[in-house]
Design a protein around this ligand. Structure first.
Ligand SMILES: [Zn+2]
Length: 233
């Protein structure tokens, strides 16, 4: 397991399109596990291969992690209950805990569809085959740290993909998980959430980042408590 460096906007490599995976090889399984480790360490709820400079269609997602680990993490930083494929890695939960329950209030809590899906998800070649309705969410991104903007997405999606073992999977979800999957698939097409704002707002945010860069984590938390409580995708 290894923690990978995450590319940040305006890095042009974030704009490259990911190629479909022909077969899920052991190397790609290691990459997926490393991406999960990176995502947990950075307090994210989703990560796309594009964000770690791999131009393939692979995303990892875990929108359930904090509601499940919150109490334990508060009591003992080293006792992370999330395990993957028998690995005994402890994830770094030594961060301000994100109040996912408060975030979920927008949706009236974790939905039945979300609850029915075992997470974390590792999805190769994910494709949204059906979408229904509209919803909005104040999105963030590990590649655009400290920035949060309201983005419109489909409310309910049906997704086809290959799992960690290369088996075809189909899932139907809504809530935060549906938003996160759509955000991550965008990354595979070189697209960021700040591209989905109104043209004026999008241009304003991008020029602000290009001009000022990103504040370091400590000053960002001081200046905006709310932002540090929101999950990054
Ligand atoms: Zn993102």
């Amino acid at each position: 397991m290894a923690k990978l460096p995450i590319l940040r906007f305006p890095d042009p490599r974030l704009r490259k399109k990911g190629l479909p995976v022909k077969a899920v090889t052991p190397d790609l399984q290691v990459l997926a596990d490393d991406m999960l480790e990176t995502m947990y360490a950075e307090n994210g709820i989703g990560l796309a291969a594009a964000q770690v400079d791999r131009q393939i269609r692979l995303i990892v997602v875990d929108t359930a992690q904090r509601s499940r680990t919150q109490t334990t993490a508060d009591e003992d930083q080293h006792e992370a209950p999330r395990q993957m494929t028998g690995d005994d890695t402890d994830y770094d939960l030594n961060h301000d805990e994100i109040d996912v329950e408060a975030v979920r209030d927008e949706f009236g809590g974790e939905t039945d569809l979300e609850r029915a899906i075992t997470q974390p998800l590792i999805l190769f070649n994910p494709v949204v085959v059906k979408k229904q309705g509209k919803t909005t969410f104040n999105e963030g991104c590990l590649s655009v740290p400290t920035y949060y903007e309201v983005v419109e997405r489909a409310k309910l999606i049906e997704v086809e993909a290959l799992d960690r073992e290369g088996r075809p999977v189909r899932l139907i979800t809504d809530g935060l998980l549906a938003i996160c999957i759509q955000h991550e698939i965008d990354h595979l097409d070189g697209k960021l959430f700040i591209d989905r704002l109104s043209p004026i707002k999008s241009a304003r945010v991008k020029s602000k980042i290009k001009k000022n860069g990103y504040p370091d984590k400590t000053s960002a938390e001081k200046s905006s408590k709310k932002s540090s409580d929101e999950p990054a995708l």
